[in-house]
Design a protein around this ligand. Structure first.
Ligand code: TRP
Length: 444
C-alpha cells in the first residue's frame, strides 16, 4: 500500500525512545505531578502512583504502541484495521487530545512569558498578583500561546524525520541537562535536603479514595496514553523495534523526571504552597531569594517550555495524521487546519481565565472544564476501552505475534501483559472511574 510506504518514520531506536519520552515528559511531570503529590500526602501518594504506572500505565502504553506499530496507520484507521467497526475509538482519542491541547497550549504559553520575564528581571514584588494579572489579561497570554502553537506548527510541517525527530534529538538532551543542573543545585542547598525528607516521608493518614483517583489520572496523563499520540509514534517505529523495551524506557525516564522535578520543587521549600500555581508562583518566589535567582528561574521555565513543546508536538501530530491520511490533505494543509483549530480553542480557554470568566459550565470556567473533563472522564474511559480492545477484541494470535515476534516481549512476560490488559486494567480503571464520576458529580 502506497499510503504505508510514504508516511515516514523515525530513523532509529534511540530516537523512538526520545520522541515518545518527549510526549510523556511534559507539564504533567514538572507542573502537575509536584502539586498533586503535595495535595495527596507526599510519599504515600507516590507509592500508589508508582503502582498505577507499573500495573496500569505500562501495559496500556505497550498496548497503544502495538496497535500503531502493527498497522502503521493513524489512530482511526489503526483500530479499524485490526477490527472493523472500531475506528470510533481512535476518533474518541483524537477528540480528547484536541481538548487537552486547548488548555495545555495556554499553560505552555505562560512558560515562555515566565522564562522571558525571569531573564529580564520582570517578575518582581508580589508573585501571586503577577500570576493573576498576567493569566487573566487578554492579549499578553494569547500572544504567548500563539507563539507556542506556531513553534509547534513549524516542527510538524518539517515532517516526522525532519521535524519531530530532529526536534526531539535537540530538546530532550537539553531538557535532561537542565533538569540535572537544577536538581544538583537544589540538593546542594541544606534547607532543601530537610524539606525533601518531609515530603517523601509517607503520610498514609491523607490517603482517601480520591488519592487513588488522582494517582491513576496522573499516571495516564503523564504517559500520554489512550489518546492516539503514543499510537501514532508507535506507527513510526522501525520494524524490529522492541515495543516493551521502548515502553519500559519511556516509563522509566518519565518517572525519573517526575521524581526529580518533585525533588527540585520541594527542596526549594515550597511544599506548603499547593495547587496549580505552585510552579508559577511559589517557584519564582523561592528563586528570588537565591543568589543568581533570575538565572535559576529562567532555567526552570525553559525546562517547562521544552517539556511542553516535546509533548504538544505529539498531540498535534496525532490529529494532523488524521487529516493527512484520512482526508487526503497535504501535510502542511492538515497541520494548518489543526493549528488554526488549536488556536481557536486555546483562545477560548485563555480568555476564560479573564474576560470570559463569567461563562461557567457546571460551575467551572472553560479552562477548568477542559482540564477536568479530559482528566476525570476521557482518560479513564479511553484506558478502559483501549485495554478491552487489545485484551479482548484483538485476535489473540495477532496480538501475540506483534508483541513476541516484533515486540520483543519474551514468552514469560507476554502472559503477564495480556493478563494485565484483559483483567486488571478494565476492572481497576472502571472502579476508579465510577468513583471518580460520583465524586465529580457530588462536588458540583
Ligand atoms: N504526557 C503529557 C505530560 O505529562 C501530557 C499529555 C496527556 C499528552 N495526554 C497527552 C501529551 C497526549 C501528548 C498526547 O505533560
Amino acid at each position: 500500500m502506497s499510503e504505508v510506504k510514504n508516511r515516514g518514520g523515525f530513523g532509529g531506536k534511540l530516537v523512538a525512545i526520545l520522541a515518545a519520552a518527549g510526549s510523556a515528559i511534559g507539564l504533567g511531570n514538572i507542573w502537575r505531578f509536584p502539586y498533586i503529590t503535595s495535595e495527596n500526602g507526599g510519599g504515600a501518594f507516590i507509592i500508589i502512583y508508582l503502582g498505577c504506572i507499573l500495573f496500569l500505565g505500562l501495559p496500556l502504553l505497550i498496548a497503544e504502541f502495538s496497535v500503531g506499530h502493527n498497522t502503521k496507520k493513524n489512530p482511526i484507521d489503526a483500530f479499524a484495521t485490526i477490527k472493523r467497526g472500531w475506528g470510533w475509538l481512535g476518533a474518541l482519542g483524537l477528540v480528547s487530545v484536541f481538548l487537552i491541547m486547548g488548555y495545555y497550549f495556554v499553560i505552555s504559553g505562560w512558560t515562555l512569558n515566565y522564562a522571558y520575564a525571569s531573564a529580564t528581571n520582570g517578575i518582581g514584588g508580589d508573585f501571586g498578583a503577577f500570576f493573576k494579572e498576567f493569566t487573566s489579561a487578554t492579549w499578553a497570554p494569547l500572544i504567548c500561546t500563539y507563539l507556542f502553537i506556531v513553534l509547534n506548527h513549524i516542527i510538524i510541517i518539517g515532517g516526522v524525520q525532519g521535524g519531530i525527530e530532529k526536534a526531539s534529538k535537540v530538546m530532550m538532551p537539553l531538557l535532561f541537562v537542565i533538569l540535572i543542573v537544577l536538581a544538583i543545585y537544589s540538593l546542594w542547598l541544606p534547607e532543601g535536603r530537610e524539606a525533601l525528607g518531609n515530603v517523601f516521608t509517607p503520610d498514609f493518614s491523607k490517603v482517601t479514595g480520591k488519592t487513588f483517583l488522582d494517582a491513576m489520572g496522573q499516571a495516564f496523563f503523564t504517559l500520554s496514553v489512550g489518546m492516539g499520540a503514543m499510537l501514532i509514534y508507535g506507527s513510526y517505529f522501525q520494524n524490529g523495534t522492541k515495543l516493551s523495551g521502548t515502553a519500559i524506557s519511556v516509563v522509566s525516564l518519565d518517572t525519573l523526571v517526575a521524581l526529580t522535578a518533585a525533588v527540585i520543587i520541594f527542596s526549594a521549600g515550597v511544599e506548603n504552597e499547593s495547587g496549580p500555581q505552585l510552579a508559577f508562583v511559589a517557584m519564582p518566589k523561592v528563586f528570588s531569594t537565591m543568589p543568581l535567582g533570575n538565572f535559576w528561574a529562567t532555567l526552570f521555565f525553559l525546562l517547562l517550555a521544552l517539556a511542553a513543546l516535546s509533548s504538544t508536538i505529539s498531540m498535534h501530530e496525532a490529529v494532523t495524521s488524521y487529516f493527512v491520511e484520512k482526508r487526503g490533505m497535504s501535510r502542511s494543509a492538515g497541520a494548518t487546519l489543526v493549528t488554526i483549530g488549536a488556536m481557536a480553542l486555546a483562545t477560548v480557554a485563555s480568555l476564560s481565565l479573564g474576560v470570559w470568566d463569567g461563562v461557567r459550565i457546571a460551575g467551572m470556567n472553560i479552562f477548568s472544564l477542559l482540564d477536568n473533563f479530559t482528566a476525570i472522564v476521557m482518560l479513564p474511559l479511553l484506558g478502559i476501552l483501549t485495554s478491552i480492545f487489545v485484551g479482548w477484541v484483538w485476535k489473540k494470535e495477532d496480538m501475540r505475534a506483534e508483541l513476541t515476534a516484533e515486540g520483543g516481549v519474551d514468552a514469560t512476560t507476554y502472559p503477564v501483559i495480556r493478563f494485565l490488559l484483559r483483567y486488571v486494567c478494565p476492572v481497576l480503571v472502571s472502579i476508579v472511574f465510577i468513583f471518580g464520576i460520583i465524586d465529580f458529580i457530588s462536588s458540583l
